[in-house]
Design a protein around this ligand. Structure first.
Ligand SMILES: O=c1ccn([C@H]2C[C@H](O)[C@@H](CO)O2)c(=O)[nH]1
Ligand SMILES: [Zn+2]
Length: 134
């Protein structure tokens, strides 16, 4: 799987964003551990809070299709270097390793690369629920 395939799909999905309120388009593409890629776009509603980000649409598509984890994700938004929100970072922690690559894409040949741990250090996850109590 070439990361450019993730970038292309994320850029395509940005065009599917349903954003009549914010007018801010975001596309994402997650790579599942099954080798399949899953695109997502942000989707808003008139009652603003049910809005879902592109990243979570992509990740939930992957998990609901039977993938067990996410191995990489590409994100592209209307702003230069659109970063994932905190809620999406937490969802990534649920389904990905700390070293998972997060690609922040402006154009197919203009991107930045981070690890999940860089974007959400000291995270709370299922490992914390298993720790002994104080
Ligand atoms: O990384 C991001 C940041 C924002 N949004 C969406 C949520 C909302 O629809 C719009 C403006 O916040 O952009 C995403 O999908 N992903
Ligand atoms: Zn988000």
């Amino acid at each position: 799987m070439d990361k450019k395939d993730l970038f292309k799909e994320a850029l395509k999905m940005k065009g599917r964003a349903y954003v009549p309120y914010s007018h801010f388009h975001v596309g994402a593409c997650a790579l599942g551990d099954n080798g399949k890629i899953y695109g997502g776009c942000n989707i808003e509603t008139a009652s603003y809070s049910p809005t879902i980000c592109a990243e979570r649409v992509a990740i939930f598509k992957a998990i609901s299709d039977g993938a067990q984890s996410i191995q990489a994700i590409a994100i592209t938004g209307d702003a230069k270097d659109t970063m994932p929100c905190g809620v999406c970072r937490q969802v990534m922690v649920e389904f990905a390793d700390p070293n998972m690559k997060i690609y922040i894409v402006n154009k197919e040949d203009d991107f930045k690369e981070y690890s999940l741990e860089e974007l959400l250090p000291f995270s709370f996850s299922k490992k914390d629920l298993k720790k002994e109590t104080k």
